[in-house]
Design a protein around this ligand. Structure first.
Ligand code: ATP
Ligand code: MG
Length: 424
């Protein structure tokens, strides 16, 4: 992508109401645009990041047998009335309105009420189980406070997986499989999200949130000494910083955190409401056990920015970055040099594209080097490559990783190979 063709521009200042780091940096960089509190347009750069996160999530869900579907966001009230959730939590989180023919409608804030009657149509016997379905879709919630940029949207992206099993044991085992898949998702996204014990609601003892520690988090968690398990405030009782962990494993640290994922054993809460049963091998009718598992890719994107930025901008991990390389070509007063810079940059740009390395090329000629470098830092692409009079004098290009202060010249002859290697 050439920056002269990119329709978005970076902004010097964030809008006054953008309080959180993710909102400030994502808006200034032209990753997202705020339509209103809690509703954002994903611009070309931001959509690339979101899609990279979604790709990782899809790969991991497919890897544990998930089959992707897409359910309607627009829904009738009836199934919600069946489970009692039209009135509770009802208006608190649901957008409820009346459509044509005086029909009560909502926009999905979660999909148990849609997916459970759906799979009922396909379950006959135990041989049809388990059923593992997921979708990646926008959800709608009437959030009271939508102040933390894309961390808390009124419309936001969610991956929701639902599993249906013949026995409680199978549901429990699959829950653990999902927990491991979630660890891989967050590790691949470059964030440290700690499995955190949370209350299971009315139907099971515990659920697990994945919490990413950060000062800007809305949640409070107590992390074990090893840093690999935590308890949320709800289940921690009167636990204080430094107290022994509930599992007896040494002192906990109290931390602020952002919930990026949540897994839940629903057991028969919804399958009973919709009378979903199957015939076991002895011919008897049995209840179906269910689990649900959410990750918010748009919140993950915001969480990555909260965790990985400095005072100059974002520092994207390679796995989700909008591009692998940010190539900056500078100009020169000398016509011949200017031409050579342009040719070198263009050649490298094309070779990298052929090699499958994504490049954002700052080919703008009307900006100072300082302004271009500031944009590179703000946008946070992992590797900055500079082609300039100075680097060409050394027959090279300048190489600087966004997460390092060190810049070096590498020979032009090795540039393609070394950058390709970096992109792997
Ligand atoms: P929270 O406690 O932060 O309000 P939740 O517990 O209601 O979230 P879930 O219903 O478990 O969230 O949703 C699954 C995932 O969807 C969350 O872990 C989070 O990543 C994401 N998510 C939930 N609400 C929002 C929101 N308003 N904006 C963006 N992402 C969200
Ligand atoms: Mg939650």
């Amino acid at each position: 992508m050439r920056m002269t063709r990119l329709f978005t521009k970076t902004l010097k200042d964030a809008p006054a109401d953008a309080e959180s780091a993710n909102a400030q940096l994502l808006i200034r960089g032209g990753f997202v645009d705020q339509l209103m509190a809690g509703a954002y347009t994903y611009l070309p750069l931001g959509l690339r990041v979101l899609q990279n996160i979604q790709r990782i999530v899809r790969e991991e869900m497919d890897g544990i047998g998930g089959q992707e579907i897409l359910m309607p966001a627009l829904q009738p009230a009836d199934p919600w009335k069946t489970t009692g959730r039209w009135d509770d939590p009802g208006k608190e989180v649901m957008f409820q309105f009346t459509g044509a023919g005086d029909r009560d409608l909502t926009l999905g804030w979660t999909h148990e009420e849609i997916v459970t009657p759906l799979i009922k149509k396909f379950i006959r016997s135990y041989q049809d189980l388990p059923i593992l379905v997921y979708q990646v879709q926008d959800k709608f919630r009437n959030e009271l406070r939508a102040k933390s940029g894309i961390l808390r949207g009124r419309e936001f992206n969610m991956k929701d997986l639902y599993s249906f099993h013949a026995t409680e044991q199978e549901m429990e085992a699959y829950y653990d499989t999902v927990l491991e898949a979630y660890r891989r998702v967050f590790a691949r996204c470059g964030i440290n999200a700690i499995p955190t014990e949370a209350s299971g609601g009315a139907f099971s003892k515990v659920s697990h949130e994945f919490q990413m520690p950060t000062e800007s988090g809305e949640d409070t968690i107590f992390v074990n000494a090893a840093g690999d398990y935590a308890w949320n405030k709800e289940v921690a009782g009167n636990l204080k910083d430094g107290d022994p962990a509930p599992d007896g494993s040494g002192p906990v640290r109290e931390m602020k955190a952002i919930e990026v994922g949540n897994i839940f054993k629903l057991k028969t809460r919804f399958t009973e409401a919709f009378d979903v049963r199957f015939t076991d091998d002895a011919g008897a009718q049995q209840p179906v056990y269910m689990g649900c598992y959410g990750i918010g890719p748009s919140r993950v994107m915001g969480a990555i920015v909260e965790a990985l930025h400095d005072d100059r901008g974002i520092i994207w991990p390679k796995s989700v970055a909008p591009f692998t390389v940010h190539m900056v070509s500078l100009t020169s007063k000398d016509d011949a040099v200017r031409e050579r810079i342009a040719e070198t940059a263009e050649g490298l740009y094309e070779d990298l594209a052929k090699a499958g390395v994504t490049v954002l090329w700052d080919d703008r000629s009307d900006l100072s080097p300082g302004a271009k470098f500031a944009d590179a830092d703000l946008l946070g692409v992992p590797l900055r490559i500079v082609v300039s009079e100075k680097t060409l004098k050394e027959d090279g290009v300048e190489w600087k990783a966004r997460d390092s202060a060190e810049a070096k010249i590498i020979p032009l002859a090795d540039a393609l190979e070394e950058i390709e290697e970096f992109g792997k």
